[in-house]
Design a protein around this ligand. Structure first.
Ligand code: DOR
Length: 439
């Protein structure tokens, strides 16, 4: 954006930081919000975006995605993934280290940052992956949103499951540690017990609720021992949520995915291996307990864990199918549809999908529509419903577990750093996001 670029969003229903709505105008200059008022006059008409009938929310910060570049670009790449983000109202993302090569040192982090600077339509940040022997890199690399530890459901160097190897990572430094909490030894044992079963529903039995709880308890134990900042990724079970309700130190946060709130084990009958992810989908009762924990603040925010795999890979037949599903194009409308149903409020959604991740990861000037904040914004249409259609998806993998779902709250316009990156079906692929700062 050139320094003189200005934009006026006119007549939007603006979500203010105090959770109230104001019908009015937002003035943007140099990528920042500089004025919010019922009416702002004397503005050049060619710089005015008419938002009558639309609701203006802070852009979504998706704090857990897998975008596959470098090395796995047949599934997705940073350009296609960021196009999907722009369409979904996601203006910033935090991406995981299980690419090829793994993101485990400064050189591989720099490579991702360079690629993102060239290709990404939205703002980006990257995790550094823990291995058994890269402790010094975990502490030294910059910029990163935090250390990712796969306690389970991984293989190769990124799997760090033994307490003896985990403990020094928790004991050293103060950088945020984000854990994929599944007990790898239990997974290995149960894979043997259930060997030979090709019904993908068995995935939820193999990697059962205890598998998740065991690892969450271990991560909490180590975090408490060293008072180490811990984030528990994609909480999937009611037992973990209830455990955290009883005992969640102030320095611990957690998140839930839309699919763990809205899909459950009945999905295997309808979409087979497209429902396969790690940690797996759970029973409908778990959906309810996770929702309550989110509403009560035990769970802090929402992440998609977007992890695309091709339809050919998903057709291989369980257990040869990879786990994971796409999500950034549908997360905001999925959650806003629940808000309109009365399950929560629209400000709750903005708190869980924008402000919450910004606070947890110390990302300055993002996550709210406030003076001096970055103009990362999304205008959503809360009056109309449209289905999730495969042919409209921008992700390279080309499918969604939510196909056919009738949703409201679809983004009409997405703005990144004051520039319109998506406008009613049209992408501006010239827009580039920025590397996120973590204070
Ligand atoms: O299902 C998953 N797939 N969960 C993860 O955490 C990783 C992901 C992947 O990278 O495919």
């Amino acid at each position: 954006m050139s320094s003189s670029t200005q934009l006026l969003i006119r007549s939007a229903r603006i979500l203010l930081p105090n959770d109230e709505f104001l019908v009015g105008d937002v003035q943007i200059k140099n990528g920042k919000i500089i004025q919010i008022a019922p009416e702002i006059d004397n503005f050049p008409t060619d710089k005015i975006l008419d938002a009558t009938g639309l609701t203006l929310l802070p852009g979504v910060i998706d704090p857990q995605v897998h975008f596959r570049e470098p090395g796995l670009e047949h599934k997705e790449d940073l350009f296609t993934a960021s196009c999907a983000c722009a369409k979904g109202g996601v203006t910033s993302f935090l991406e995981m280290p299980n690419t090829r090569p793994l993101t485990t040192n400064q050189a591989t982090l720099d490579d991702k940052l360079n690629r993102a600077a060239q290709k990404c339509l939205v703002n980006y940040g990257f995790f550094i992956g823990a291995t058994a022997d890269n402790l010094s890199e975990l502490l030294a690399v910059n910029p990163t949103c935090g250390i990712k530890i796969f306690m389970g459901s991984s293989h190769g160097a990124l799997l760090v499951s033994d307490e003896a190897v985990l403990e020094p990572i928790f004991a050293t430094g103060d950088r945020l540690i984000a854990v994929h909490a599944e007990d790898q030894s239990r997974i290995i044992q149960r894979r043997k017990e259930f060997a030979g079963i090709s019904d993908p529903a068995v995935h939820s039995q193999i990697q059962d609720e205890t598998t998740a709880l065991n690892a969450t308890k271990l991560a909490l134990k180590l975090s408490k021992k060293y008072q180490r900042r811990l984030h528990i990724l994609h909480l999937s079970t009611g037992i973990e949520a209830e455990y955290l309700r009883q005992d969640k130190p102030a320095w611990v946060t957690t998140e839930v995915t839309p699919q763990h709130l809205l899909l459950n084990t009945t999905a295997y009958e309808k979409i087979g291996t497209l429902a396969q992810m790690n940690p797996p989908l759970r029973s409908p009762e778990n959906n309810e307990i996770l929702w309550q924990a989110l509403v009560d603040g035990v769970i802090d925010f929402i992440a998609t864990d977007r992890a695309p795999h091709t339809l050919a890979e998903k057709a291989k037949g369980y257990p040869n199918t990879p786990s994971g599903m796409p999500g950034v194009e549908t997360s905001l409308p999925l959650m806003l549809t629940e808000a309109i149903k009365g399950r929560c409020s629209v400000p709750d959604i903005a708190r869980w999908m924008s402000r919450g991740p910004a606070i947890a990861y110390n990302i300055p000037d993002k996550g709210a529509i406030a003076l001096g904040y970055d103009a990362d914004l999304v205008l959503v249409d809360l009056d109309n419903y449209r289905p999730v259609l495969r042919e409209e998806l921008l992700t390279k993998c080309g499918w969604s577990p939510f196909e056919g779902w009738q949703l409201t709250g679809w983004p009409a316009v997405t703005i990144v750093g004051g520039e319109i990156v998506y406008n009613r079906g049209q992408l501006n692929t010239e827009v580039r996001g920025k590397s996120l700062k973590f204070c």
